[in-house]
Design a binder for this molecule. Structure first.
Ligand SMILES: [Zn+2]
Length: 408
């Protein structure tokens, strides 16, 4: 494989460090400026001084650095009544020079994505994968150069983000355990760094989406947020004070085995009645198949039936959403965030069923008085997996856009 950042403009930028940033405010002034512009839109230097509390000299220095890196641009001066001093030149995020590449690994397929600095997905492609860790990482290495050459066109690639469910150690870049995939201790960053020569950032998809919601989605302007991801695995991420909790070895947010399922449903962990055994796509499809609702145990088939108005298929999805509502209620009471964001197929594709989710939250939460405000479907709709993958890289950019020189 060859390096793929050969369109870089300017070449400085590819020096982003791999791996997660510390939660301390290491990004300093440049990161503050970038995030302020992302949140508030175009702003003149004087406005940035007021909003960031950086000195005028620091704002001038950092904006020059960020323009030099192709992350910021100056817009035409504002037209207004004549006034003393220099004309107000608004600054804005420049999405034209760089892209983040990402890969989301699901149970039986992976999603390649390109995402710009505003979190907009510019390309995505879904491919089946063979399942074994070595084969999947080899497949990524094989497909990546072609995907990048088709979709990076003229823009530099800031890095490769790789996200999946289960227990992912972001610091080590390792998937510690993804039980449905059968992965244990897979050194994703080490393998893909060597294969791609890009900075590789690895994280759990719930944490990646919590960052994405805070930067680009419904969480913008909020500090406390819970992200609940319900697919074939069930994960949560908790953001407090704008920082996403990692816990020891990035183990925070494992809600898969909360006892919210039905007592008779066996779980892969050896117990019964776990949340994941109740709501994972595979488990729901298998139960619907055994009940004769669908002819083969495939979740997509269940969704298709429901879309065609099949009453039993709709009932199964509604029951699943209600169980998710009970999990949301529990998390709302434990964390009491401003917002809880749900990634779940029914919530995203059957908005008419959302009242079921809200009813369960209202019935089971002691703290949440306005479920329709506090609980939202993901901001990213059909692009949710693509955004999750790219946002691991973008989080690193917004955290620390300018790499300090060694020994500084
Ligand atoms: Zn379990």
């Amino acid at each position: 494989m060859t390096a793929v950042s050969d369109h870089a403009r300017p070449p400085l930028l590819v020096a982003l460090p791999a791996g997660p940033e510390p939660l301390s405010f290491e990004g300093g002034g440049p990161g503050t400026l970038l995030r302020t512009l992302l949140r508030d839109g175009p702003s003149a230097r004087t406005e940035l001084v007021a909003r960031t509390r950086l000195s005028p000299a620091a704002v001038s220095r950092h904006t020059a650095e960020l323009i030099g890196l192709g992350l910021l641009r100056e817009l035409p001066p504002r037209v207004g009544p004549p006034r003393a001093g220099r004309p107000q030149v608004p600054m804005d995020i420049d999405p034209g020079h760089h892209l983040a590449c990402g890969v989301h690994i699901a149970l039986d397929h992976m999603t390649f994505a390109m995402v710009d600095l505003r979190g907009q997905v510019t390309a995505q492609r879904r491919l089946p994968h063979p399942g074994g860790p070595r084969q999947v990482l080899e497949e990524i290495g094989r497909h990546l150069p072609g995907f990048l050459s088709r979709h990076a066109v003229g823009r530099s690639v800031l890095g490769l983000g790789v996200v999946t469910g289960g227990w992912v150690d972001a610091e080590q870049g390792t998937v510690i355990e993804h039980a449905p995939l059968g992965w244990r201790d897979v050194p994703v960053r080490r393998v893909l760094s060597a294969a791609t020569r890009l900075p590789v950032h690895v994280d759990g998809h719930a944490r990646a989406l919590a960052h994405a919601e805070l930067l680009f989605g419904a969480g913008a302007g909020h500090w406390d947020l819970v992200q609940l991801f319900v697919g074939n695995v069930v994960d949560a991420a908790i953001a407090v004070g704008g920082s996403v909790l990692r816990g020891r070895r990035s183990g925070a947010g494992d809600v898969a085995h909360l006892p919210l399922g039905h007592i008779g449903q066996a779980c892969g962990c050896g117990r019964a009645g776990c949340l994941q055994s109740a709501v994972s796509e595979r488990a729901v499809a298998e139960r619907a198949f055994e009940a004769g609702t669908i002819p083969t145990p495939h979740f997509a088939l269940l969704v298709d039936r429901a879309r065609q108005g099949h009453r039993e298929a709709l009932r199964v999805l509604r029951e699943r959403l209600r169980t998710v509502g009970r999990a949301a209620a529990l998390l709302l009471d434990v964390v009491n965030p401003e917002l809880l964001v749900v990634v779940e197929h029914t919530a995203l594709t059957f908005p008419e069923l959302l009242p079921d989710l809200y009813e369960e939250v209202a019935a089971h939460s002691h703290l949440c008085v306005d479920p329709e405000q506090a609980v939202r479907p993901s901001s990213f709709g059909p692009h949710v997996l693509a955004v999750a993958a790219g946002s691991v890289v973008l989080y690193a950019v917004y955290r620390r856009p300018v790499t300090p020189p060694p020994h500084s």
